[in-house]
Write a new protein. Sequence first.
Length: 160
Amino acid sequence: MTEKLTISGSADLLAAVPHLLGNQPKESFVVLTSRFGTLGATLRMDAPAEAAPLDYAQMMATYAANDEKATGSFVIVYTDEKPAYGFPYAAHVLALRTELATARMPVKKVFLVTGTYWATYGTPEKNSLDEIRDSNANVTLTYFGSAPDIDVYNPELLNT
């Protein structure tokens, strides 16, 4: 696809991620770098589990900093973790915000995507995943042949 794809809202941005990565992230953090209204690099790492927040954030920010033209970033937390209070991986998100800002890629927005809803991180809102599925970005990328939900490594699908 050589045409420019317009991302016009949060659902479009979230819809683009599986197409950019080639699969739907699960229990992951994703950082999208941006520069002057366009997306740059896409980075995915497994959710931090036992990793210290600062160590994890520094590692992600170091990788993201390879996009030397980046002037901002978006963070997406994909998880079904449900902490006793607050939001999942809150200390990691805070550390990542700080590290990306230090690297001159301030976080424009953080999202939380679960198996049942998506939201702006830190808010009580719960938006339907249908908004992502039905978004202009998802429809356009699918139309042009992107299919991140297909398991291309499944031997049964490959007739081997």
